[in-house]
Ligand binder design. Sequence first.
Ligand code: BJW
Ligand code: ZN
Length: 245
Amino acid sequence: MHNFSSNLLSRLKPDARIVVLTGAGISAESSLATFRGPDGWWKSYRPEELATPAAFERDPQLVWEWYNFRRNKVREHAPNPGHLALAQMEKRFRHFTLITQNVDGYHHRAGSRTILELHGNIMKSRCRQCGQECEAGAENWREQLPYCKCGALYRPGVVWFGESLPLPILQDACRVAETCEIFFSIGTSSVVYPAAALPAQAAAQGAYIVEINPEETPLTSRVDEFLQGKSGEILPALINRIQQE
Ligand code: BJW
Ligand code: ZN
């Protein structure tokens, strides 16, 4: 059973302003591979070699093969107790914002309502030419490539390296980070920017920073509290503990 500090518990009042940032680690217990973990490899490519506009230019079929493989995993599996606990927390706290780097949509499926998806959604496609968006499966596939009605190629509706994050969403994320009292960084290696800068932005304005991860990250030495372990175990324990108060 996890022990939560009185420091943390006393801060988790119903009207506390809380921000949660999640990464691939929260979906690890749903059997989705992380990007940088030991299983976070796909056919021995690194994400930096596939999640880029240049990779798509060079070999759109290879990139689509990776995304179709991952779309199938997302369909096959489901949110885990970590996602569900965050959906419960949202109900419990008046000012609660969930920011995610994940593209799997599992926070929606778990019942969270206010979600800032920084890196898009893997179940969406976007036309390279006219910008039209569609749901996965609604594309017109020819020779293993998906086409839009306008004739141009669809790409996955996600944010690749070197591309800007959707500005209104990033602005909202920065605003809530800078005005929150408690900031949770959960299941992220804290190496991909600008998401990785959010905890420091929150800390600079006086927020209490909590990290949940089985491993230490570049953030760990700068947090107020490091809860070492799996989010699918720690988050349900935390919500249970809060409900006892
Ligand atoms: C568990 C667990 C369990 C396991 N429970 N935990 C400033 C400094 C340096 C570089 C830059 C900078 N600003 C911008 C950059 C460039 C670049 C960048 O950050 N590069 C770094 C790698 C150095 N950033 C960008 O290009 C961004 N764009 C941008 O900034 O535009 C303006 C600009 C452009 C060019 C130059 C300068 C500015 C865009 C970033 C887009 C990231 N896209 C991806 C792919 C999305 C689509 C897809 O899914 O295919 O997003 S890459 C990939 O990494 C994905 C993730 O969202 C992201 C973060 O990964 P995450 O979630 O942290 O996963 P992992 O695998 O790394 O970590 C998992 C963690 O879980 C581990 O810690 C485990 O221990 C833990 N874990 N089991 C809890 N059970
Ligand atoms: Zn189009």
